[in-house]
Ligand binder design. Sequence first.
Ligand code: ADP
Length: 314
Amino acid sequence: MKAPVLVAGSANLDFVVRAPHVPAPGETVLGRDFATFPGGKGANQAVACARAGGVATRMLLALGDDPYATVLEAALVDAGVATHIVRAPDVASGTAFICLSDDAENAITVAPGANAALRPHHLPSLFGVTHLLLQLETPLDAVASFAHVAHAAGVHVLLNAAPATALPPLLLQDVDLLVVNEGELAALAGPGTLVAQMSRLPVPCVVATLGARGCVARRGGELFLQPAFRIDAVDTTAAGDTFCGALAARLAQHAPLADALRFASAASALACTRLGAQASIPARDEVDAWLAAQVEAPDHKAALAAYCGITGSD
Ligand code: ADP
């Protein structure tokens, strides 16, 4: 298969408990059912990319020497992701503790564990790689170094700047496409309308995901609006990750940006209808079939444009 995507990032085992609401600081909430799911932004995005089909997906990750590592590796292999694993002895694999409320809100605490062991020299050969997909759950110096090496080699660098954090000063110079949610965008670009915030970021293409509203992208001076698809959300845990992985897969197959945004929106909407991170990510056929049955209402686009601060002159 051509145009492979390399994802470099985190893998965590998610410990998920459902509860009536997410606890406030100091509060104890009596939850209900409990389950573990393979997760972590990097691994979720790699699985989303592989399930989106059409491109070979590889992932660089670090795992501990514990039973969780076996589960995390098996989940990637099952999804068809080829792995480059850095073994971190004497460290636990990454874990995340997730409280999921009945109205599909979540609160997440991540213990990075082995993910913190990823170093700049761990980047594998980029031979044949056209797209590198990065997030911020692994050490920032490694993320910045991976982006720099890949950019210099002519690989398209996609950064999902999540979770929100201050970026190394030169990182954005090596990024071709940045994906952020509203909170992450505000953290990077300061206040203002979404369009003003996006125009402040020095990258060729910025995609802002807006939860149930949809997403907006700026490429150069061109704006793209994709309203979200209407679904009954059960668990939005991996919505952003599904979006990023699916977007990378479609772009690596040379899909036009508008088509890639539509596909990523459909994949992430479907992921919201199911529990779990990787377990909820749909496959290509399912997304295509579902998309074929969707009708997009023009008033949704107008509402999204207004929300983004797009005026007639934008
Ligand atoms: P994150 O999970 O990173 O905060 P968002 O909440 O913005 O990211 O969600 C990413 C994408 O997932 C959105 O742009 C949208 O396409 C889709 N999505 C998220 N929540 C919903 C929802 N309730 N209904 C439909 N689509 C959703």
